[in-house]
Design a protein around this ligand. Structure first.
Ligand SMILES: [Zn+2]
Length: 412
């Protein structure tokens, strides 16, 4: 077997196996009663429901992962890439259009394959536990909007990458890096005003006790906010959330209407203080710097591997091309992506502890953050006792119990 093919199939199968193993271990890692810290937030019925939700989510993700992995391996072994390439070349399009058609067809196929699973997750799985509020109309419109955005934003970026690798010689990876970084900064900059409002309505938070408390908290933390907005999260789910968007002075905080409905003023202030903690502790800049470094490394490695004849032989390709090399490199990168995402999750979990500590100190009220976490856990039926392998693989936030224990240290 071709060495590249062995690495690719091996790592696809390996990452599938790790995922399924974490689901099996996770399903057995649930004690009959909630941890004592949650005794006041989870009654017996809620706790039983949270265990059932976690188990059903694990089953669903095992089925989805299995289908995805089987589909991609079957496509590779059946010579799907070469068949697609031959069919698109037969259209006799200009070189750039041929490359875009190849990548576009694969992207479309992958999203069509994922569609039934997304629909099932939204309308059957989430509905069964009372979370889903998405209408069929919103679901369909969301997909269409995403598709249009992918084409008009992703299309030109891919086109530039293809052109650079085709014509710019050994410096191509540097040009791709520069363009990709500028593109992602630009996207972050325009997201709050141009992209996010396509999916949600942002309403400035009305004047009142909550707004004044949030403004006081930001001022005391020495943090400039360009706006406090309420986002209609209830259009899709009953689960609450909050996040910052934008860069520099365009930074704004978005609070889900579902969060405002269920949390008290002091709890929402604690959530804001936590988000400010991420900015004040430099997490946002660190994340940005890591993203920039990673993008550079990916393009550099891509430039080394993407035209290797062995890589094309692995997929049974008759002809070498930049566009197929790009796709094959992404597959070859699977094991490295897995390692990078585990590392990124570990860093993110460390950041969450730091932001919690910042919120506890800034508000002088760790109890508010603790009760916010408890309410959020109960209303979204969070798995209170995830298996360490699940946390290691998938958790960008520490389990709520660990956060509450760390916060409790500030109370005494
Ligand atoms: Zn956070």
């Amino acid at each position: 077997m071709n060495a590249y093919l062995a690495v690719i199939i091996g790592s696809l199968a390996g990452s599938w196996l790790l995922g399924v193993l974490s689901n099996i271990l996770g399903a057995r890692h649930m004690p009959p009663n909630p941890p004592p810290e949650f005794a006041d937030a989870f009654d017996a019925q809620t706790y039983a429901k949270s265990r059932e939700y976690a188990r059903a989510s694990m089953r669903l993700s095992a089925v989805t992962d299995t289908c995805d992995t089987l589909a991609i391996i079957a496509f590779i072994l059946a010579g799907g890439f070469d068949r697609l390439d031959t069919a698109i070349r037969a259209l006799d399009l200009p070189p750039l259009a041929t490359g875009l058609a190849f990548i576009g067809a694969l992207t479309l196929a992958a999203s069509l394959l994922g569609l039934p699973f997304e629909a099932y997750r939204t309308f059957v799985h989430e509905s069964r536990f009372g979370f889903n509020t998405t209408t069929v109309r919103t679901f369909v419109l969301d997909r269409l909007k995403s598709l249009v955005l992918t084409v008009i934003l992703g299309g030109p970026l891919i086109a530039l990458v293809l052109l650079f690798f085709e014509h710019a010689g050994p410096l191509a990876w540097l040009l791709c890096w520069a363009v990709a970084v500028l593109f992602s900064l630009g996207l972050t900059y325009i997201a709050p005003t141009w992209i996010l409002p396509i999916f949600n309505t942002f309403t400035p938070l009305e004047d009142g006790e909550l707004r004044r408390a949030l403004e006081t908290c930001a001022r005391q933390a020495g943090f400039e906010l360009s706006g406090i907005f309420v986002i209609d999260g209830s259009r899709r789910s009953t689960k609450g959330n909050a996040y910052f968007t934008g860069l520099g002075r365009r930074r704004r905080i978005a609070l889900y209407d579902t969060l405002i409905k269920e949390q008290s003023v002091e709890e929402i202030v604690a959530v804001l203080a936590h988000e400010i903690g991420h900015a004040r502790k430099g997490h946002i800049k660190q994340r940005l710097a890591m993203g920039v470094a990673q993008t550079g490394a990916v393009f550099f490695l891509m430039s080394l591997f993407m035209s290797s004849p062995g890589l094309f032989a692995a997929f049974g390709m008759e002809r070498i091309s930049v566009y197929a090399g790009l796709v094959f490199f992404v597959l070859l990168f699977t094991p490295v992506s897995l390692v990078l995402s585990v590392a990124a999750n570990a860093i993110s979990r460390a950041h969450e502890y730091e932001a919690d500590a910042f919120a506890a100190r800034a508000t002088g009220n760790p109890g508010a953050m603790i009760s916010a976490l408890k309410k959020l856990s109960a209303s979204s039926l969070t798995n209170l006792t995830p298996h360490p392998l699940e946390v290691w693989l998938h958790y960008g936030h520490p389990p709520a119990l660990d956060r509450i224990r760390a916060l409790s240290a500030f109370s005494s």
